[in-house]
Design a protein around this ligand. Structure first.
Ligand code: PEP
Ligand code: MG
Length: 565
């Protein structure tokens, strides 16, 4: 393809991704595959916001005031857009926060404070806005009224937005206006939730790991994704091809290469079409043994792809994404509406919602979790819920209220003891009593736990007597069994979810769960690994919950197994 086919013209030494070749302008880089498939489109590099605000003297104070005014108006426009988007996607209660932010930007105290700092100190607008944000948030934080104290985070957020505009950053750092290949150093969950997903054709990151949350998002969206690709900054705006199956990206491909990949894309679409024939077929082996095949989702917006892919239910709704999308705790009403929407759209099919699994790589400012030496082993998930019970009870109330509208299961993450399950049951009973007293209707949802710690595996026989179901979280179970940080790209080569210890832990959990009377599913990424489908079936798994885009290939794999042989 091209006159200089196969000739490596240069390979900058700082690249960690393997540089394959450069032909003409075309450049091929090898990374590690997270999700297969082909994407062809323009490249858009995600620009991290520059949070460092420098204090710089300015000569022309009036020009600086004008810069501030323009940035303020631009930020207002962004907020109006976010408000409209939130109204459409999550409803009025969630959208209200953007109205509050808009009001702050019209507040004369805020505006005058910025103007005075610029004038008095002949200083740059970024600095003046950042200082005003600090001043005002401190003032709010010291107020007696709880509501006003809660606004401290809002005013900081608004001022950060104006600073970002002044620094030239786009709204979310992803400025594409057409469906594009997104390149980034890495993306935090709080960044991915803000992306306009309809504009993302593929994710390619320098860092991150195959079980990071960006990777999980890519699998949910069913789009090709790579990690460990050290792309050049000048790739921004160029054409690109991502081959998720081969784990490579081609920057600035020549027309012959584009033709080859267009054909590959067509073939993939054909394969997808063939799998579509399995959409309404049962998830059943040749000898008639059936299991449940459910989906993993991150929010209301993913339900469409669950249904499109012929999934039989939701096996894992990661509710923490509701918290990540928000600049403050999502209210009971906001949560109730989101859960009810999913239950109603799933129309009686099973929906298992996992309670808040925040901490470690999933951080929100308003929880003030602080830095920890070992966040993966730290204050997270159920540990937060059992110590900050107001947060937990709000979520349980929203869940129970929503249970009335469908077939709900609730599951709890990061369990390490029977005592935790007892505490959870007590709190749940209290919340049910409150609802009974208030005459609120709910159904009795099935209760389950994630088995994702070695402690839960070892106690699985006792735990199985306490709950209706187990869902094995192989992402964390692999991390904790092998003592390998799932976020650490350097350990990817030894991070082996097929490790015999992990497989034995899964087998033990299934056997013990059954002994205790619980059904057992797998919702970690390994559940979608079709090279293990037969193994899991022979172990006696009752359910597999996978990214919507993997549903049909897993069904295909199940239907090819004959357990009688
Ligand atoms: C898991 O740990 O396998 C899991 C499903 O949960 P998460 O990936 O959200 O930690
Ligand atoms: Mg987990």
């Amino acid at each position: 393809m091209g006159a200089k086919a196969g000739i490596a013209v240069f390979a900058p030494v700082h690249w960690t991704g393997i540089f394959l070749s450069e032909k003409g302008e075309e450049m091929e880089l090898q990374g590690k595959s997270v999700f297969g498939g082909v994407a062809i489109g323009r490249i858009s590099i995600y620009k991290k916001k520059d949070n460092v605000v420098k204090r710089t003297k300015v000569d022309d104070v009036d020009a600086e005031l004008e810069r501030f005014e323009k940035a303020r108006v631009k930020a207002q426009e962004q907020l109006a857009g976010l408000h409209d988007k939130a109204m459409k996607e999550v409803g009025e209660a969630e959208a209200a926060v953007f109205e509050v932010h808009q009001m702050f930007l019209d507040d004369l105290d805020l505006i005058e404070q910025v103007q005075n700092i610029v004038k008095n100190e002949s200083i740059n607008a970024e600095y003046a806005v950042a200082r005003t944000g600090d001043n005002m948030s401190e003032m709010f934080a010291n107020m007696d009224d709880e509501y006003m104290r809660g606004r401290a985070a809002d005013v900081l957020d608004v001022c950060n937005r104006v600073v970002s505009v002044l620094q030239g950053a786009g709204d979310t750092g992803f400025t594409a206006t057409e469906p594009s290949i997104l390149l980034a150093d890495d993306l935090a969950p709080s960044e991915t939730v803000q992306l306009d997903k309809s504009l993302v054709l593929s994710f390619v990151t320098r860092h991150g790991s195959t079980s990071s949350h960006t990777a999980i998002l890519a699998r949910t969206m069913g789009i090709p994704a790579l990690i460990s690709v050290d792309y050049p900054e000048d790739a921004d705006g160029k054409m690109g091809i991502v081959d998720g199956t081969e784990g490579k990206i081609i920057i600035d491909p020549d027309s012959a290469t584009i033709e080859v990949y267009k054909k590959k894309l067509e073939k993939e679409l054909e394969k997808k079409k063939m799998l579509q024939e399995l959409k309404d077929k049962p998830t059943e082996t040749i000898d008639g043994h059936s299991i449940h095949l459910y989906s993993n989702i991150g929010g209301v917006g993913d339900v469409a792809s669950v249904l499109e892919n012929g999934s039989e239910g939701v096996g894992l709704f990661r509710s923490e994404f509701l918290y990540l999308e928000s600049s403050d705790f999502p209210s009971e009403e906001t949560q109730f509406k989101a859960y009810r929407t999913v239950l109603e759209n799933m129309a009686g099919k099973k929906v298992i919602i996992r309670t808040l699994d925040i901490g470690a790589d999933k951080q929100v400012d308003y929880l003030n979790l602080g830095d920890e030496e070992n966040p993966a082993l730290g204050y997270r998930a159920i540990r937060i819920c059992l110590t900050q019970q107001d947060i937990f009870k709000t979520q349980l109330r929203a869940l129970l209220r929503a249970s009335y509208y469908g077939n709900l299961g609730i599951m709890f993450p990061m369990i390490i003891s029977v005592d935790e399950v007892h505490q959870i049951k007590d709190i749940l009973a209290e919340v049910k009593k409150e609802l009974d007293d208030a005459g609120v209707q709910y159904k009795d949802p099935e209760i389950g736990i994630m088995v994702e710690t070695p402690a839960a595996v070892l106690l699985s026989e006792e735990l199985g007597k306490e709950v209706d179901f187990f869902s094995i979280g192989t992402n964390d179970l692999t991390q904790y069994t092998l003592a390998i940080d799932r976020q650490n790209a350097k350990l990817e080569n030894i991070n082996d979810p097929h490790h015999p210890a992990v497989l034995r832990a899964i087998q033990m959990t299934i056997e013990n769960g059954h002994k205790g009377g619980a059904w057992v599913g797998i919702c970690g990424e390994l559940g979608a690994d079709t090279t293990l489908t037969e193994t899991f079936l022979r172990m006696g798994v009752d359910e597999l919950s996978v990214s919507p885009g993997r549903t049909l290939s897993v069904r295909d794999a199940v239907r090819k197994v004959d357990l009688s042989k």
